[in-house]
Ligand binder design. Sequence first.
Ligand code: SGN
Ligand code: CA
Length: 521
Amino acid sequence: MHQLSYLLLSLLSLTAVFAKQPNIVFVFSDDHATQAISAYGSRLADVAPTPHLDRLASEGILFDRCMVTNSICGPSRAVIQTGKHSHLNGFLNNQSSFDGTQQTFPKLLQQHGYQTAIVGKWHLKSEPQGYDYWDVLPGQGHYYNPDFISTNGKYRVTGYVSEIITEKAIQWLEEQRNTDRPFMLMVQHKAPHREWAPAPKYLTAFDNVTIPEPETLFDDYKGRGTAARKQDMSIAKTMSWGKDLKVRELARKGSQLEKRVFERMTPEQVAQWEAAYNPKNKALLEANLEGDDLIRWKYQRYLKDYLRTIKSVDESVGQLRAHLEKLGLAEETVFIYSSDQGFYLGEHGWFDKRFMYDESFRTPLIVSWPGVYPAGKRIADLVSNLDFAQTFLEITGAPQPNDMQGRSLVPILKGKTPKDWRKSLYYHYYEGPPAVHKVQRHEGAYDGRYKLMNFYDIGEWELYDTKTDPNEMQNQYHNPEYARVVARMKQELAHLRENYKVPPLKPSKQIKVKKNKKLNW
Ligand code: SGN
Ligand code: CA
């Protein structure tokens, strides 16, 4: 009898463990390319390790091919909120405003008994809906002494943005949440978004190293089309001396470096900044660099600042995980790291994103649930930010609405990719010229090897064979040897459009772009 009741008791407590609904901590950064996470193993892994993200990957699952549906900030966030492509959630480009009255995963989690909280970058213009707690950066936010908006209105916080966002998240975890209910906490960093302003403590990180260059830094775009040639996102020509390169000595009066960085800083922060940059800038001014040497210098400055901001993001991951441990929550919390899209770190001579070419199409995704999901796995399945909403819902046991367009990653996380997993992805970027960076609108299909792109406003198609040409240097669209692949990929694209209910394309004439005209906000 005694033994039987013991058995019953253990069974009961086991069910209690399994029935406990896991929490989710979703750390989401802005423009963090997989090349800048050492667990992904790129050319930067040795010089710029990300120990906390690497630990997360070694204890969890790293997705090698998580691709976005539309490589730009607001649209990516709207896809995540809704589990629907841009044409259905209505947020096509950064000029849109999110219709927060529509169905979103945080609202569904609330209905399922979850607390939902978001801190950091939001960038959907309209007020967050579906969150019990929100404390977000207005617009793009600032690196130094940023403003925040919460239900109490707008206020300024002294400090460095990534550190403040982490502190706010920890404070919510420790002091503000209701400990009786499971939660979804979204910690959304501004870093490493342009203007890549590092934290005071990392202003001199990487000073004594040389960052390896990508093979395509001096790309001449010969094998590509008009879109790759006519973009405005090159290190050589687009970067400004002020906010981008931080050579205040060469910046325009009233430059964005003054407005966004210096005018917000405390005298102490200015002194730290100047102590770090002045000697380096002096060396540049004395060197009189030209041509490729100057591009190389710009590349080093850009990458070092970008990677410095990542150090704060990586540290945030470590701190958040340490606090979950401390609170005894680590084992009942799924920890997820991702970014709104990838980024060019000098590949093709570029910075920024938008294109369906690899570096901006791919985004990081690392998921860990200690003791439940396998540790240290790498997954090559084609997954997408379109899948995040349904994944969150399934993790928590909430029902998934039929009108969401992604697919939950939970079976993959548990080690079993469904036999009928998707074989291709649909992409559509809508923010054509004259918007900042002047990347042509395009849509496309990717099947894991071939990538077909349609730059429909200029009537140009591109096809890449990413197996034989991983850097996507040679458009094969007009190569007769690829005619059958082109036909098959066109069919695939048509099939995807139909499946996702994409409205017919409306090619439009390009508006003539005035030099230096800035339409972004
Ligand atoms: C700003 C940046 C652009 C960037 C967009 C969109 N310019 O306009 O370089 O592409 O944001 O970025 S800046 O001079 O203002 O920094 S997104 O991540 O928000 O989509
Ligand atoms: Ca972004």
